[in-house]
Design a protein around this ligand. Structure first.
Ligand SMILES: Cc1cc2nc3c(=O)[nH]c(=O)nc-3n(C[C@H](O)[C@H](O)[C@H](O)COP(=O)(O)OP(=O)(O)OC[C@H]3O[C@@H](n4cnc5c(N)ncnc54)[C@H](O)[C@@H]3O)c2cc1C
Length: 382
């Protein structure tokens, strides 16, 4: 008889795992409190970035090649591709910030040495950036934009076609020891295995995460470039701007009919995804504009189309938590603002691990970026 799984959360982690479990023959039901794709979820936006440049986090850099392979597997299964390759431009306002140097070292060891660019070369190639204040930069041709909302919608469709059930309800309590979810309808539902992928709601729902994972309110801005710079942006790489401190902001170019987006790399480490307004305040919006002000030429000429808040689930060392929780449960958490790119990969890995105790034992260290994958974990990508 097929084994059964209840997946709490229809973000990229829950949906990818549901998709992968169903491929392996599990009976799967996904439970979410909101309509799916869920605009309040951490996964739901026009875009999410995938790139190898990862500072000193070489374990995650090495997971990016299998992550691309996992997306390719999903595109084949869907019969459509929701990825646009843009390349990566990393800039810093001071020389030798740890992130730039560590990225160069790790990328070179990985066989992907980035091309160094000075301010003059950047000005010539990318006229939307002001060369004044650029201390160093590099470019990588690989990397790009995952069209997140379209991926979520396609996964929901594909899962439903394959027989995954979807239930709209709020989980009031999870009992991973017994494999039960208690719902706000008063019902309790049970399965052989619970997959708890509650995103930034996780720390409030699962006592084991509180103190280890924090919800973090983050602001993004959508912009329309002025006419003179639209051509430059149409063909632009993603921008990882490390400022003077190695943190800074990022820009997502306007690909495939989506708007240009700016986001803040800094963790706010505060906020409640359930209770707070999703519109950004004027002060929050201006905070992101201030980060970009020295870098984007003519920033005042850009039209702000909108500004909204989204939430990360931050683990102090930005390490993912894929771990057992009780005899009949696993948790997927701690994605710290960089999990989406690994969604398909982590779903496939989780589905393999749930059928194999040796893989399950090795999963947490690999997912935390601290160990290579155990043999067989990524067999779907062979
Ligand atoms: C602004 C922003 C930019 C980002 N940029 C990138 C990027 O460029 N690249 C990258 O790789 N990653 C990025 N990330 C991170 C990435 O998007 C997240 O790590 C990932 O989407 C987390 O997915 P999830 O499935 O864990 O959570 P979610 O998408 O939040 O899904 C969790 C789901 O669980 C449901 N849920 C929670 N509690 C309950 C309950 N009690 N009952 C029922 N349902 C419940 C919620 O309704 C929600 O739908 C970014 C995140 C944000 C917010």
């Amino acid at each position: 008889m097929a084994r059964s799984a209840l997946v709490l959360g229809a973000g990229i982690m829950g949906l990818s795992t549901a998709w992968a479990l169903r491929r392996r023959g599990w009976d799967v039901e996904v439970v979410d409190q909101d309509p799916v794709p869920n605009p309040r979820g951490a996964s739901c936006d026009h875009h999410r970035l995938i790139r190898h440049a990862y500072g000193g986090a070489a374990g995650y850099m090495r997971m990016v090649d299998p992550a691309h392979a996992a997306w390719d597997l999903l595109w084949r299964d869907l019969g459509e591709t929701h990825y646009v390759e843009t390349g990566v431009l990393a800039l810093a306002s001071a020389r030798g910030t740890g992130w730039m140097t560590e990225s160069r070292v790790a990328l070179t060891a990985h066989g992907m040495p980035p091309a160094d660019l000075d301010a003059a070369a950047i000005a010539a190639r990318f006229p939307m950036f002001d060369p004044a204040g650029i201390a160093e930069g590099f470019h990588l041709p690989r990397g790009g934009v995952l069209l997140a909302e379209r991926i979520l919608a396609a996964l929901v469709r594909r899962c439903a076609e394959r027989g995954v059930a979807f239930r709209r309800a709020r989980v009031t309590e999870a009992d991973p020891e017994r494999g039960w979810l208690h719902l706000d309808t008063g019902e309790a539902v049970a399965a052989d295995m619970l997959v708890l992928a509650a995103g930034p709601w996780g720390p409030r729902l699962l006592p084991g995460l509180a103190g280890r994972v924090a919800a973090s309110r983050q602001i993004v801005l959508y912009l329309e470039p002025p006419p003179a710079l639209r051509g430059a942006w149409a063909d632009a790489p993603m921008l990882l701007d490390k400022g003077t401190t190695g943190v800074g902001f990022y820009a997502v170019p306007p690909v495939a009919g989506t708007p240009l987006k700016l986001g803040d790399h800094r963790f706010s480490l505060s906020g409640n995804p359930e209770a707070e307004p999703r519109e950004a305040s004027a002060a929050e919006r201006d905070g992101v504009l201030a980060l970009a002000a020295g870098r984007l030429r003519d920033l005042g000429a850009y039209r702000v189309l909108g500004a909204r808040a989204c939430y990360y689930d931050v683990e102090p060392e930005e390490r993912f938590i894929l771990a057992p929780l009780g005899a009949h449960g696993v948790v997927m958490s701690g994605f710290s603002g960089h999990g989406f790119k690994f969604g398909a990969l982590l779903g496939l890995a989780m589905a393999r691990a749930l059928g194999d105790p040796d893989l399950a034992a090795a999963l947490p260290a690999w997912a935390a970026g601290q160990a290579p994958p155990p043999p067989g974990l990524l067999a779907d990508l062979a």
